[in-house]
Write a protein that binds this ligand. Structure first.
Ligand SMILES: Nc1nc2c(ncn2[C@@H]2O[C@H](COP(=O)(O)OP(=O)(O)OP(=O)(O)O)[C@@H](O)[C@H]2O)c(=O)[nH]1
Length: 410
């Protein structure tokens, strides 16, 4: 151990240096309490033997100040006292000392105290390392090495507050691995974990600004907070992540979305001068994640333009959904559903202004027809009232539908 001897008497100092060196330790010298305090942070030592009676700061005052200066770092301080009685010993321990030696110091007793103190130092250091590890583990997700949800929430709250104060935009992204249950079922849980790691790595790679904050939010869900980024900037970087996952090309044989592992992303942005709490922003991002999931997955959806109406297109026919989407997206925000149950689910959660559906997504009470020559489309409003019923030819003459929507929008 490196042992700091704080002692004003040259004779006692010389004796202690001699004894400590013989016991295999390294003595370091301070001639006064003031000098000892100045050495903190500049000179490394593991233990202190402190004289009590010194001119200037005495041993008790020095110990008190030393403990303050060392802050959370603990090291043993042993007083070297004259034979001044038990009261003095108690005063020393109260001042922050751990033990005492009586002058003249016996070499055997000194050796015993050094062994005991060294033992304490070892235990203390081990505890310190364990604490460090624990505090690391309490902030990180073990599997991906990203922050965990708790740490994210703590840090994100600060970022959102700062963004509000400096009137900067900030965006939250919620993302979720597509068809991950199927992935786990097909490849197994261990491979599932590898898949989550890969997604975590892509996130770390793409969101590489110092101010980007990201975490595993739970299960197969990840979250990102982008400082100083509006919905357009967030969408741009989200696209980069989707491309990166495509480049990685981790196979997902059971996905009906793509041949590789994909994610869906929902984005919500705090715009300048907007008074929104982090929790609300996350909720909004989550809603958009739901939209991303229900409108085809492997995509990023930012907050819809609230000045635009929303249309839900429900059909089991992929080509029909796509045709209608292309045709109607100039009028409105588009969401799609592939089945009746999905249609009803979205209806309840997102309440679109209109729902366009065909036979495959009609409720039992509605009669509908579909033959080789064409099909019937129905349009319902938010209240579930049928507002249009259109027979369209199979070759998809959508002019009728466009006209119908022009009427509805006017
Ligand atoms: N391997 C692994 N699987 C996990 C972990 N956490 C959650 N999961 C699994 O992730 C799956 C999530 O499934 P769902 O919520 O049904 O969603 P999904 O299959 O991804 O479907 P969509 O989100 O609709 O595309 C469940 O099967 C969970 O058991 C994990 O740490 N490791």
């Amino acid at each position: 151990m490196k042992i700091l001897i704080v002692e004003d008497s040259a004779t006692i100092r010389a004796g202690m240096i001699n004894m400590i060196s013989k016991l295999g330790h390294e003595p370091i010298i301070a001639h006064s309490g003031e000098e000892a305090l100045q050495m903190i942070g500049l000179t490394d030592f593991d233990m202190v033997i402190m004289d009590v009676d010194m001119p200037g700061l005495d041993g008790f005052e020095t110990t008190h100040l030393m403990r303050e200066a060392l802050n959370y770092r603990w090291l043993p301080i042993v007083f070297a006292t004259g034979n001044e009685g038990d009261e003095k010993v108690l005063e020393g321990i109260r001042a922050g000392g751990d033990d005492y030696l009586t002058k003249p110091i016996s070499p055997t007793l000194l050796e015993a105290k050094l062994i005991a103190m060294q033992r304490l130092v070892v235990i203390h250091n081990e505890l310190g390392e364990l604490n460090e590890k624990l505090s690391y583990l309490s902030t990180k997700d073990e599997l991906t090495g990203l922050y965990n949800r708790r740490m994210f929430s703590q840090k994100a709250e600060e970022v959102v507050q700062l963004s509000k104060r400096f009137n900067k935009p900030v965006s939250v992204m919620m993302m979720d691995v597509d068809h991950f249950k199927l992935y786990n079922d097909f490849y197994g849980h261990v491979e599932g974990d590898q898949c989550l790691k890969m997604v975590g790595n892509c996130i770390s790679k793409i969101f590489n600004r110092k101010t980007d904050l990201f975490a595993r939010y739970g299960g197969e869900e990840f979250i990102v907070l982008l400082s100083d980024s509006n919905r357009y900037q967030a969408l741009e970087v989200a696209e980069k992540l989707l491309n990166e996952l495509e480049t990685q090309g981790m196979p997902h044989a059971k996905s009906t979305t793509a041949a590789h592992v994909t994610v869906s992303i929902g984005i919500a942005s705090l715009n300048q001068n907007e008074e929104v709490k982090l929790g609300e922003l996350i909720e909004r991002a989550d809603k958009n994640l739901y939209v991303a999931k229900t409108s085809g997955r492997n995509r990023a959806i930012a907050e819809r333009d609230s000045s635009q109406k929303t249309i839900l297109i429900a059909s089991a026919d992929k080509q029909r959904r796509e045709e209608l989407t292309v045709h109607l997206q100039i009028f409105a925000n588009i969401i799609t559903a592939e089945s009746l149950s999905e249609r009803l689910d979205i209806n309840e959660n997102l309440q679109p202004d209109w729902v366009i559906y065909d036979k495959s997504c009609a409720t039992l009470t509605q009669s509908s027809q579909e033959d080789g020559a064409g099909y019937e489309l129905y349009v319902e409003d938010t209240a579930g009232e049928l507002v249009e019923s259109l027979a369209l030819s199979k070759t998809c003459n959508l002019v009728k539908l466009t006209e119908a929507f022009k009427r509805l929008f006017s």
